[in-house]
Design a binder for this molecule. Structure first.
Ligand SMILES: [Zn+2]
Length: 119
């Protein structure tokens, strides 16, 4: 669960927040809800970044130079976020995972086949 005061994650059976010392109230419903909200926000972020990675990489094929570098960067960020979620056994975005890989690969292929002639 998360501290209502500072938002830090803490043990479910903690009596006080290890970060700010705020006592834990027995108001579990609200705490559960806010952690669900946080999860779904992460989920949406990964999907959004993954789609952006594809868009930026594809723009390179349409003649916009250097944008594939943004696509590769975004793809890497998405895969890092997804891997972190998997390790922490949180809900992770499969859409974000797939789109992140596609964006990353499209960007790398753009470099390999030399579409970006100025590069
Ligand atoms: Zn706290």
């Amino acid at each position: 669960m998360y501290c209502k005061m500072c938002g830090r994650e803490m043990d479910d059976d903690a009596k006080f927040c290890p970060s700010c010392g705020e006592p834990v109230e027995d108001d579990m419903f609200e705490t559960e809800e806010s952690s669900e909200t946080k999860k779904s926000r992460d989920y949406n972020l990964e999907t959004l970044l993954g789609v952006l990675a594809i868009v930026f990489s594809l723009m390179n094929y349409l003649g916009v130079f250097f944008v594939h570098l943004i696509g590769i960067a975004l793809g890497s960020i998405v895969l890092n976020l997804v891997n972190r979620d998997k390790k922490e056994k949180k809900i992770f975005s499969q859409i974000g995972y797939v789109t992140g890989i596609i964006g990353l690969l499209l960007g790398i292929v753009a470099i390999v086949i030399g579409i970006s002639t100025q590069f």
